[in-house]
Design a protein around this ligand. Structure first.
Ligand SMILES: Cc1ncc(C[n+]2csc(CCOP(=O)(O)OP(=O)(O)O)c2C)c(N)n1
Ligand SMILES: [Mg+2]
Length: 555
């Protein structure tokens, strides 16, 4: 007999078959054999200070590495703390694999420590969830979990591993690992729909291409480049698809940010929408009422969701682009792109001035411009906050895939995502600067992870856009209730930089325009996880707040 515990068996399978290199976790007695398995098989563990961060880091890892991200949390409170991160991955369709402890099977219904029905709680926010009841079957269950997370439309999965099966030892010779065939199973679009799509694109006068996370997860860089450059289409990429083609591509209209989108899309006669949902951000597709819409999605139920498509192409985005390409004709839409840029530039005059001119108190647009001056496009940017998310999304540019992520701006609108996302970014791209622009409010949710950054040497730079408030909410209250009736939205001046210093990182407070870049340079030179706390104008709000507020006025 060659004995192996369930915990070691799980780690062995993950390393050998799924090629897992890193797991995000926080310890617990129920999951001890699995933690020990990671040590045994050399899988790196990043142990955080709150399970929410573990789930968010694994989620972000899946985006930066185009592979499932794995987190391990313990039973009960470890599980409940992770729920927000799982919900976020669910609404983001991210391949997050959550491994979770559980009270012993033996003790069901006895009032065991941390006993609760976790599977029923997590079911609505996962693509697949299960409990494994047999040590021998751990590899099989893990195999299902990883396939469910990553195949077809990705999504989070949840696997409960009770201590009865993790601690139990079996003869390793009696277990064989399921083979994980990494070849892709392709769903192909209907040929007549391909023809119809090509006809529409070839005859369009004012077409626009928009792509979302489906473009990012499909690894479609080369077929997308071919399609965009042959057809001459102006394009904007969002969410986890941002940067699949670089922001500085001549046909990219991401420089218009939200304004560009709002101005450009209603003018289009044909919209090619790939791997992107028609949700509230795109006004459920009503933002372009007169356009003919071509939708490309791996999930057939997305094709006509919220608005009927003229053409629906089902499949992985990259495969569909490649299949479409031979039928597309070469076009030059330079003149249309110029008109489009002029149209949105007219609405961005003030924003551009705010970026180029020094201000005191500092305008957040100026802060973002200064950050770009310090780090340029060869860096990874994350933004987190209310108004702060808007300013980051509008001003950051990167030449890298997923180089600008604004996770708080995705469907869950979840504050606190910034620091864990940036940490996963730095672990994935250790040689590049990784910057997170954080609202002062949002900073509070996961700022204890600076301790994790110090322990694991993850030198991110966090710039706090400090308006001393939950700004987006405060400004919405000012508009709707009046300036004298703001409730629960003020925060006051706090020295977040000292907090980070206290945890072993680098910190500086900045109040003047000319001090921003030197402080950022010192932060990078320090080699430590850093917080540059920048005092900005508390009266400034973003267009997103006005839109957010209007959303409620017709209820
Ligand atoms: C976890 C979570 N809690 C509460 C909210 C509601 N909310 C949306 S924006 C916002 C204010 C954010 O403040 P801050 O991070 O300082 O960014 P600012 O708007 O000031 O730039 C709040 C509280 C949310 N979206 N997510
Ligand atoms: Mg704020």
């Amino acid at each position: 007999m060659a004995p192996i515990s369930g915990g070691h068996l799980a780690a062995k399978y993950m390393l050998e078959v799924e090629k897992v290199r890193m797991v995000f976790t926080l310890s617990g007695g129920h999951i001890e054999p699995l933690l020990d398995g990671f040590t045994e098989y050399g899988i790196k563990t990043i142990d955080v200070r709150h399970e929410q961060a573990a789930a968010m880091m694994a989620h972000a890892w899946s985006i930066y590495n185009n592979a499932p991200g794995v987190c391990l949390v313990t039973a009960g409170p470890g599980f409940t703390n992770a729920l927000t991160g799982i919900a976020n991955a669910h609404l983001d369709n991210a391949p997050l694999v959550v491994l979770c402890g559980r009270h012993p099977l033996r003790d069901d219904l006895t009032g065991a420590l941390q006993e609760m029905n976790q599977v029923d709680m997590v079911k609505p926010i996962t693509k697949w969830c299960a409990t494994c009841y047999d040590t021998k079957r751990i590899p099989e269950y893990l195999n299902i979990a990883f396939r469910q997370a990553s195949m077809g439309r990705p999504g989070p999965v949840f696997l409960e591993l009770p201590p009865d099966i993790l601690f139990a030892e079996i003869d390793s010779k009696t277990v064989s690992f399921p083979v994980r065939k990494h070849h892709r199973r392709v769903v192909a679009p209907d040929p007549s729909e391909l023809e119809a799509a090509a006809r529409l694109i070839n005859s369009a006068k004012q077409p626009i291409f928009i792509g979302g996370s489906g473009v990012g997860f499909s690894d479609s860089q080369s077929p997308l480049t071919a399609l965009i450059e042959k057809t001459g289409l102006p394009f904007a990429l969002f969410n986890n698809g941002r940067g699949t083609l670089p922001d500085n591509h001549l046909q990219c209209i991401n420089d218009g940010g939200f304004t560009g989108l709002m101005t450009g899309l209603p003018r289009a006669d044909v919209i090619v929408a790939a791997g992107i949902r028609f949700n509230w951000v795109l006004q459920s597709g009503k933002l372009f009422p007169d356009a003919k819409v071509i939708r490309i999605d791996i999930d057939p139920t997305e094709i006509d969701r919220n608005r009927s498509a003229a053409v629906g192409l089902i499949g992985d985005c990259g495969d569909v682009f490649a299949k479409l390409l031979p039928q597309l004709e070469e076009r030059d839409h330079t003149e249309w792109i110029e008109r489009l840029r002029k149209a949105y530039a007219a609405f961005m005059v003030t924003e551009m001035e705010q970026r180029t001119k020094p201000s005191r108190p500092l305008h957040p647009n100026r802060l973002v411009a200064r950050i770009m001056e310090a780090f340029g496009e060869d860096a990874y940017y994350v933004a987190d906050g209310g108004d702060t998310s808007y300013f980051g999304l509008a001003g950051f540019r990167s030449q890298h895939k997923a180089g600008v992520l604004v996770p708080a701006g995705s469907l869950l609108g979840c504050l606190g995502t910034g620091i864990p996302f940036a940490m996963a970014g730095k672990l994935s791209h250790p040689d590049k600067p990784v910057i997170v622009l954080n609202g002062d409010g949002s900073f509070g949710f996961n700022s204890m992870e600076f301790d994790t950054c110090v322990r694991h040497n993850i030198p991110i730079v966090c710039v706090v856009n400090n308006d001393c408030a939950w700004g987006m909410i405060k400004h919405a209250q000012e508009i709707s209730l009046g300036e004298d009736r703001c409730t629960c939205s003020e925060l006051g001046m706090r020295h977040y930089e000292k907090m980070v210093e206290g945890l072993g990182g680098y910190g500086e407070l900045v109040e003047k325009d000319e001090d921003i870049v030197p402080a950022l340079e010192r932060a990078i030179r320090s080699g430590k996880p850093a917080c540059i706390n920048v005092v900005t104008d508390p009266t400034v709000t973003s267009p997103a707040t006005v839109i957010f507020y209007q959303n409620f006025t017709d209820l």
